[in-house]
Design a protein around this ligand. Structure first.
Ligand code: DGY
Length: 345
């Protein structure tokens, strides 16, 4: 009986590891830690592998695929995003790529709403006051630490939510926001999408939720929205979509939330927009150049930016489901079965 080899580059938890261990003909080489393995470890162990299970901080490129050899069948990433995987390198070797969409939709939508609320209501500054022991000295004046209200339930006026990218996570975010009283939803999407199908979906979703959903250009999203959520994939096509010119068009009371990829936002332009008060605030789960984002980073220094370290999918339930899906993808790929969630490479 032939045996297979899979390399797993992190401790992905007992449930997911159990899926691989249950396959008697698969030998697993496991980096059983939370820290990323040295590249040298990955390349050495790649030799003869039929499958890899990686995270988004592991680069999947020619170097790794060559190190593995021609028997390699599948790469499975425990993430929905796959910017760390060189699709051309995978395609020219006819390799499968698995990822983990859907299971993280709710967790990421939740954290997006959390960031919108935190950024609009100055939660970052408020928390810092308490951590720094400054609360006793704080003057509780009528307008201390006030911010724009997201909810319109007490008659705060019309609210529009804008999305850059309107896939599963954006739609789940919208569902959470409708009870806050948002009356309209604008989004900008990729030109490659089937616009007729999307129009039908928008009408149906809009009538389900009781909100008008409209596809517009990027400029209109910037101009008309009270909160803008970035929920598009990373990569060249979306690099710095949020530029100085986008930010200058936004409302002064608006909040920008990024739960997609840091590369979508020009960090220097955003820091300037916050400093010069072109916009109200920003809630950022991702920042270009992460994880090398120190205290001196221009966005970390901005009081109106709430920056958290890429935690969008970080619930016990979601990470367990992502790990299990990634494990099933790698096992299926090794056995030549269809992946549960594959990327077109
Ligand atoms: C992903 O899966 O791509 C997220 O950014 C991390 O969970």
């Amino acid at each position: 009986m032939s045996r297979f080899k899979v390399v797993v580059t992190r401790n992905i938890g007992p449930d997911a590891l159990g899926i691989i261990r249950a396959c008697n003909d698969i030998d697993m080489v496991l980096w059983n830690h939370d820290e990323r393995p040295e590249r040298e470890w990955v390349l050495r162990n790649a030799q003869g592998a039929h499958g890899f299970l990686v995270l988004m901080s592991d680069k999947v490129n020619d170097e790794l695929l060559d190190a593995a050899g021609p028997q390699l069948r599948v790469v499975s990433t425990m993430s929905v995003g796959f910017e760390h995987c060189d699709l051309r390198a995978l395609a020219k070797r006819d390799l499968l790529l698995g990822h983990t969409p859907d299971v993280l939709t709710d967790a990421v939508a939740d954290i997006g709403v959390m960031l919108a609320l935190m950024a609009s209501r100055n939660a970052g500054q408020g928390h810092k006051i308490v951590l720094d022991g400054q609360w006793p000295k704080m003057v509780w004046a009528p307008f201390t630490l006030c911010g724009p209200q997201i909810s319109t339930l007490s008659g705060a006026g019309r609210r529009t939510v804008g999305f850059v990218g309107f896939g599963r996570i954006a739609q789940a975010t919208l569902k959470r926001l409708v009870p806050f009283g948002f009356q309209s939803c604008l989004y900008a999407g990729s030109k490659r999408q089937n616009q007729d199908a999307n129009r039908e979906r928008d009408v149906e979703l809009g009538s389900q939720l009781g909100i008008v959903i409209e596809r517009v250009d990027l400029e209109e999203v910037a101009k008309a929205s009270d909160v803008v959520f970035l929920l598009c994939p990373g990569g060249e096509e979306t690099h710095h979509l949020v530029s100085e010119s986008f930010l200058r068009k936004m409302k002064r009371t608006a909040v920008l939330v990024n739960v997609s990829r840091g590369t979508v936002v020009d960090s220097n332009a955003l820091a300037k927009a916050l400093k010069e008060e072109w916009i109200w605030g920003a809630g950022l789960d991702v920042v270009e150049g992460e994880p090398d984002i120190g205290q001196d980073h221009p966005l970390v220094k901005e009081p109106r930016a709430v920056v958290i370290p890429h935690m969008g999918s970080g619930t016990h339930e979601t990470r367990t489901e992502m790990a299990k899906l990634a494990a099933m993808n790698v096992v299926n790929g090794i056995y030549g079965r269809p992946l549960l969630a594959g990327v077109d490479v």
